[in-house]
Design a protein around this ligand. Sequence first.
Ligand SMILES: [Cu+2]
Length: 116
Amino acid sequence: MKRIITTTGLAIAIALPGAAALAQKKMDDMKGMDMGKKPAAGAQAVHKTKAIVKKVDAKAGRVTLAHEPVASLNWPSMTMGFKVKESALLNKLTEGKRVEVEFVQEGKDYVIQSVQ
Ligand SMILES: [Cu+2]
């Protein structure tokens, strides 16, 4: 058993420099590509949904909404947590209230940008 592990470790050690060289080659190939045609950074998709406010955690700047389906994200209706972008928006989010929100995805978070 010990011998097998040692051999595998050796194989990985040998394989790695090769992989690095391959990755380097790929990067070199990309230099010829036109990288300037990407959409501008910060052009995020804004999603919209109607929801009922279930819970407000003003301290954490988070709310729990029972929202309607969100077609742009392929979401069914569900109850989930959202981050709130500005504390001023928390004034519009009171438990039990029916609202219409606009939000964007930021990493793993969904951040509410506007409340109506
Ligand atoms: Cu959801």
